[in-house]
Design a protein around this ligand. Sequence first.
Ligand code: HEM
Length: 506
Amino acid sequence: MISLSLNIQTLVVSVCVGLLVYYVIKRIRYRLPPGPWCIPIIGNYQIYSAPGLHRKVAELSKTYGPVVRLSAGPSAWVFLNNNEVVLEALVKRNTDFAGRTPFPSGEMFTDGGKDIALSTFTPTWRFHRKVAGKALRHYLQGDLLENMIQDNMTKFLDKMAKERGPFEFNNYANLIVFSQLYTICFGEKKSPDDPEVKSLLKLDEELVETWGVGVFMLFEDVFPYLKDIFPSKTWRKLTKITEDLFKVIRAKFYEHKATFQSGVNRDFTDSLLTARQEAENEGDEETLEKLDDTYLIQTIMDIFLAGTETTRFTLDWFINFMSGIPEFQSKCQEEIDRVVGSDRISMKHRNALDFTEACLFETWRRASLVALGIPHATMCDTKVGGYDIPKGTAVFINIWALHNDPKYWKDPEKFDPYRFLDQNGKLKATKPESWLPFSAGRRVCLGETLAKPDILLMCANLLQRFEIRLPPGVKPQLGGRVLSDGIDIPVDYKIVVKERQKEIKI
Ligand code: HEM
């Protein structure tokens, strides 16, 4: 008995001494970024475990400077909090910061990193990003995108027009966006009451609440061994949601595979199958290996989730601002009436909808949808802001901090589309500094070129058809609330709508 307790004591003392030596060596070898004091092993638990991490870290950067380090269990997480250090990392030292950390929840969701968004920077990742980018560009050709948006929106707006009292817009935003991504990925057009879309949406909502968007805050992500010995309720819930979501996406993929016809491109899934067939025709074994079913299903899941979550929150925030600030809504409507009239809104109008687009850009600044981006990881020992960042460190881009930096944005809390316009009311020729809703560098959002016109046309469609107001006597609430880590959503609100133009030409 005595010898056993001595052995345990020896073990504990050895581990502590080992950790201390490791810590001292690391401190001597590297000039690490500063951060708040923490409990050894547990780390800054009280900071990373509570919601609203983006705001808390931005606050810490007032004390510690733009590069802040937190300890999460045995790992260090580095947060970049201003434009200068973010551009230094993502643009100047782009490849150094292009990795992803293999967080256990991400590894579980992506079958060990076989997707695009969460897999690290390798030739295989680069290849899949290229294939998916080409498949998405397909929608920017001709009038494919605008036809799809019009078709989809009309069904939902007709339903919205029948609302007789105040209602929650976010239910519509979710269904509009889900149906559209469903059409992009699987070609089928869904009705507003389709049960499959509704059940997918429910799963996605549970996923966001359990996992957030891109930020990994499960206990098991900080202490990986817990998932094998004592998985938390949240971990088990995430595992179940993952299985259910993949069951649906896998079934759609196999349906496509069975009915695929060479030369016929029905949707995004067909574009991926076409890429595989091209490799088959060329007898390119190496490429074929990278295009197996698991990789393709993971790519579809990435596009589906990355596209829906960001777009539905954008629409919800946009309508929150437009109903809360009717002067800006009217200005958008004057512009839409002048440029489009009662025609169908199309891509050719895009360049003349400056004010409406400025409202959308300001929505992306104020809402900072993906507030902490998706965590990067360093591919080698590198530097940022004068500090050393060892290889394999998780690096978070605090987009929220950039979008609220008073050095670049006067009254950052205020919703002000004029920030994006020049004195002639045109969109400024260059993108404002410290505005990075889609991030930058090697990992810049893959959907940016699709999302910008897509969401603008959706917003313009809504304002062309409806006057949107808060119910009488209700005061606007534009501040938002934390949904889960890295995501703020509007405080619950209802709207009432009145049709402006019934006769939109088809
Ligand atoms: C409102 C619109 C959107 C916003 C604000 C947004 C923002 C972002 C951000 C901040 C990232 C992380 C970049 C980084 O790691 O530094 C990202 C990644 C990504 N986004 Fe988006 N996104 C939007 C829409 C979309 C859409 C519509 C799609 C697809 C159809 C998409 C697909 C992706 C993918 C695949 C990645 C991972 C890229 C990679 O890791 O290489 N996004 N997005």
